[in-house]
Write a protein that binds this ligand. Structure first.
Ligand code: URA
Length: 221
């Protein structure tokens, strides 16, 4: 049997951004290897997340403010517009959250606890804590694996229900099935991913993928 390929050309829609930078792809390959230990896996995910943060914030508006340098006064750009809220989908979203916070230390953080029913693969919510002012912020929802799309769509629905109207979704690996589900449920929410893999297997795992992201981050296999 041939090994499944990684169709990076398979970015299915204009609303999906595949961040296929060489550094990200190299680090992702190291993560994919089954022999990569949890501490290296976590560090690689943190580094990739910093690079994804760079891309997902590319369209943040800036405004000129007057500052004094040691030599003169100048008009210099600073971030303007809506502030950010990072929303981590427990538990694997925490692996992306760390790297995002390295780059975006002033962001607020929300958490949504969802698990996949092992039979139906439906998302079941067990925890929700979002900042009170999330409706005034841009939310970036974080979950490393966009597989069936059920958890991602449910998480985005919760953020919308809290009044937030500006939402992005960031993952490490997406399956075409997950992207399609997100597009159908939330066509207004762009998906940022480091890779689009081949397909889901019968248990809802992404192939070739990385296995269970939570287990690999926390070494719980
Ligand atoms: N969740 C994971 O952790 N891995 C997958 O491949 C799919 C969902």
């Amino acid at each position: 049997m041939n090994a499944p390929t990684v169709p990076t050309e398979a970015a299915p829609t204009a609303n999906t951004v595949v961040v296929d930078h060489p550094l990200i792809q190299h680090k992702l390959t190291l993560m994919r290897r089954s022999r990569t230990p949890a501490n290296e896996f976590r560090q690689l995910l943190r580094e990739i997340s910093m690079l994804l943060a760079y891309e997902v914030t590319r369209d943040m508006p800036t405004e000129l403010v007057e500052i004094d340098t040691p030599l003169t006064t100048m008009q210099a750009p600073m971030l303007a517009g809506k502030k950010l809220c990072l929303v981590s989908v427990l538990r694997a979203g925490g692996g992306i959250l760390e790297g995002m916070l390295d780059i975006l230390p002033a962001a607020r953080v929300g958490h949504i606890g969802l698990y996949r029913d092992p039979v139906s693969l439906a998302a079941v919510e067990y925890y929700l804590k979002l900042p009170r002012d999330i409706s005034e912020r841009t939310a970036i929802v974080l979950d490393p694996m966009l597989a069936t799309g059920n958890s991602a769509a449910a998480a985005v629905s919760e953020v919308k229900a809290a009044g937030c109207q500006s939402i992005k979704f960031v993952c490490l690996i997406a399956a075409p099935e997950g992207i399609k589900a997100m597009q159908e449920a939330h066509p207004d929410v762009p998906v940022y991913t480091a890779a689009v893999d081949s397909h889901l297997n019968d248990h809802g795992y992404i192939v070739p993928g990385i296995g269970d992201a939570g287990d690999r981050i926390f070494g719980t296999k």
